[in-house]
Design a binder for this molecule. Structure first.
Ligand code: GLN
Ligand code: ZN
Length: 756
């Protein structure tokens, strides 16, 4: 039985790579210094893996910016605009990723998008119809050599050819990407031959698209590709992850590969069918430790579920995390402030390797004293979890009835009540919540966190900022105001810090893209709200004006999706618990005189499962969690929601089922692409398509705004429309925001005259 690692996080346990890269970008260090730090990190991470008993160290999981981008360079498909005079070098990669590098000419960065259903973003390869492939960049071969020189057996890890094509986009003309497969396979064969010449035995090729429901031409491409690559001298481990691939069973079982990796965390049920068809010499890598979460595994239960297969397959059975550990934080050992009962439940990338070796012990020497110790640990953890359960929350969830998910009356009745109460003009104008988080505000927060100023002083200064924000909105002539969110560092963290059952780490960073990392909260227990979270700020802002000030909350689906969530209960149950906590906050806001309340759900769409056949179930519980959070209020209280994207074509019915009185959405960059969704679907409630692209420093002109809204009015009754920016304004400066909002108000006035 071998231990297999599909990949390790590269950022370093203290984000050393991030800091080194950014220092280099700023021109404060040389490329040689950056390369040295990178080398040290690789060496350390390989050592950790080997020390835990991993026999083949993964190479190619390291990247200065993004591993898909490194592969794109290896395959020599870097666009001409990014290439330097010396062909492809490290600065070329930075130029592709972020549009600029310390040397060479700036050029627009390549597109970046989410890697499947993770929060990791890859750089989208650009392919032309006559694309040539070759070997254009040597990094991975150098790293193989580096690992070998340290005495390790290197296992190069690459995204497989079919997933690479699938994730790429076509440029210059529209064509079938699969027409490029034969040439691409030639390049992959050359790469494999180079590895073979280096003495590599195993190469891991990742084909995560296998977890998707593929059209036949893509499924056929998998067969073609692995047939073609089977003549290579290296052994190929075909890795799938993020979901079941059982729907491709016949296809995958027939592939001439030396080994197969299955994600048995998301889909344990696929083990038996694939074992049944495993070839006589094929290796099975069982992904049993969750590579995408932070919780210590129930090793005894896992061992029980795989013991017989492990016993049958012997040498051909490998133990692995479900996927690359890229998505989990690096090292729990550096956390010094966690409560011991929480720390006991955790396992980060480095600890997950130890879990693999413990699992191996449980399987090979089940009655050894060490194994008995491991079982005891697992039991202690379960006992602690059970003891920590919050009975009140559990009983409240169990007692929910259908009524709790419904507003008192249907939308038309509520709309009449709300119109009578607020008497808003045609095309009411509002913003999405946040106003500029100036350096002064961030400095203030950091001084408070360091204990340099008192909480009273901090709050007093924030009140000053809020007062200023309200005054500016009044002067601009906005109809529905916001308090500006100056007191919030982050829209999930702010709530997580005030909820019971949610914890935070000091160093639990995960790479999001490039040098950018996020530190998601940990939902470790039953979630509840010990006291009101936002009421004071909302009340304060409302006290400054007669106009309505919107209360501003983050919704249950978004809080869940942007956190590391416990695994002992379903995501649906967790969302319901958070939904109840938010519901209480909504009711408290209403009772404090806040009549318009926005519950943001920007991550609603991100939660969509990889397989379309699973969408219905997800949408059902996600919509319910939102409705639960929103339905505790009277008809007059107007519930808004906000989403930062506009591809609603396939989900518009679910969005409508959320039954928010008003939804504001991003649309300006896509020129009202959103409206396509309204061709066949009559959206019943009110809607504010964003008309100011807040991701750009540019000021939208009055004409542009008018044109966008007139376009919207052709598809949606003008009585249903609101005017607002695309998203929150916290990343912009007041110098950018004020002229933009002046134009928005100006355009609104014009439109009211034209359209009423
Ligand atoms: N209310 C939040 C803000 O304005 C919404 C942010 C978001 O949609 N991501 O900042
Ligand atoms: Zn947004």
């Amino acid at each position: 039985m071998q231990l297999n690692s599909l990949g390790f996080p590269r950022i370093g346990r203290l984000r050393e790579l991030k800091f080194a890269v950014e220092k280099y970008w700023r021109g404060e260090s040389s490329q040689a210094e950056l390369v040295d730090i990178a080398k040290e990190l690789r060496e350390k991470h390989w050592r950790w893996q080997a020390d835990s008993g991993v026999s083949l160290v993964p190479v190619g999981d390291f990247a200065y910016y993004d591993q898909v981008l490194t592969l794109t360079a290896t395959l020599d498909v870097i666009p001409a605009r990014h290439r330097g005079v010396n062909g492809i070098d490290l600065d070329t990669l930075f130029r592709v990723g972020r549009g600029r590098a310390p040397t060479g000419k700036d050029a627009p960065a390549a597109e970046m998008t989410k890697y499947f259903n993770t929060n990791y973003h890859y750089i989208v390869p650009e392919l032309t119809e006559t694309q040539q492939f070759g070997i254009g960049y040597e990094q991975i071969f150098e790293e193989v050599e580096e690992a070998q020189a340290l005495g390790y057996q290197a296992k190069p890890v690459l995204l497989g050819p079919v997933s690479f094509l699938y994730l790429a986009k076509t440029v210059d003309s529209e064509f079938d990407k699969l027409s490029l497969l034969p040439q691409l396979l030639t390049a992959y064969s050359q790469i494999l031959a180079r590895f073979a010449a280096q003495g590599v035995e195993w190469v891991q090729l990742d084909e995560p698209i296998l977890a998707l429901e593929l059209d036949t031409n893509w499924a056929d491409a998998i067969a073609t590709a692995y047939q073609a690559l089977s003549s290579s001298e290296v052994s190929i481990l075909l890795a799938s992850y993020y979901g079941s691939i059982e729907h491709h069973h016949a296809l995958v079982a027939a592939l001439p590969v030396a080994g197969l990796h299955l994600d048995l965390v998301t889909a344990p049920e696929q083990l038996a069918p694939f074992v049944a068809t495993l070839g006589a010499t094929q290796v099975l890598s069982a992904g049993v430790i969750n590579g995408r979460n932070v919780w210590a595994a129930d090793l005894d239960n896992i061992a029980a579920s795989i013991a017989s297969v492990a016993n049958d397959l012997k040498q051909r059975f490998w133990l692995a995390p479900s996927c690359s550990l890229l998505h989990s934080p690096v090292d729990l050992d550096v956390e010094t402030k966690l409560a011991p009962e929480l720390k006991l439940q955790l396992s980060f990338a480095k600890q997950k390797l130890t879990e693999l070796s413990k699992l191996k012990l449980l399987l090979t020497e089940p009655s050894s004293s060490q194994s008995l110790e491991i079982v005891k640990e697992c039991e202690a953890r379960r006992t602690a979890r059970a003891k920590a359960a919050n009975k009140e929350v559990i009983e409240r969830v169990a007692a929910l009835s259908v009524d709790d998910y419904q507003r008192d009356d249907e939308f038309s009745v509520r709309q009449t009540a709300q119109r009578q109460k607020y008497k808003l003009p045609l095309l009411p104008m509002t913003t999405i919540g946040s106003f500029p988080q100036t350096p002064a505000i961030r400095g203030l927060r950091s001084r408070w966190r360091k204990g340099e100023i008192t909480l009273e002083n901090y709050n007093e200064q924030l009140r000053q900022v809020t007062r200023d924000t309200v005054e500016r909105q009044l002067k601009l002539g906005i109809d529905v105001l916001v308090h500006g969110e100056a007191e919030r560092n982050d829209m999930v963290e702010y709530f997580g810090e005030q909820l019971d059952g949610v914890g935070f780490t000091q160093f639990g960073w995960v790479q999001s893209y490039g040098s950018r990392c996020v530190k998601p909260p940990l939902i470790y227990g039953d979630v509840s709200r010990p006291s009101a979270m936002t009421v004071e700020w909302a009340e304060f802002a409302q006290s400054l004006t007669e106009k309505p000030v919107k209360g501003m909350l983050t919704g249950p689906v978004t809080i869940l999706h942007w956190s590391f969530a416990r695994e002992d209960i379903s995501r649906e149950q967790i969302a319901t618990q958070i939904g109840l906590a938010i519901r209480d906050e909504v009711v408290d806001l209403q009772n404090a005189g806040i009549g318009i309340i926005q519950i943001d759900e920007p991550a609603f769409r991100e939660g969509l499962p990889l397989k379309k056949s699973d969408w219905k179930h997800y949408l059902n519980w996600a919509v319910n969690a939102f409705k639960l959070s929103a339905a505790g209020v009277v008809n007059e209280t107007q519930i808004h929601t906000h989403m930062c994207y506009s591809e609603f074509n396939e989900t518009i019915a679910a969005i409508a089922a959320m039954d928010a009185d008003v939804i504001t959405i991003e649309t300006s960059r896509s020129r009202m692409e959103l409206l396509n969704a309204f061709e066949d679907f009559n959206y019943p409630n009110e809607i504010g398509p964003g008309v100011y692209d807040i991701h750009s420093p540019n000021t939208p002109s009055v004409d542009e705004i008018v044109a966008l809204m007139e376009k919207a009015a052709t598809k949606i009754d003008v009585q249903q429309l609101w005017i607002n920016p695309d998203c929150g304004l916290k990343t912009r400066t007041w110098d950018e925001v004020e002229p933009a909002l002046v134009n928005l108000v100006e355009a609104t006035k014009l439109l009211r005259r034209k359209l009423s």
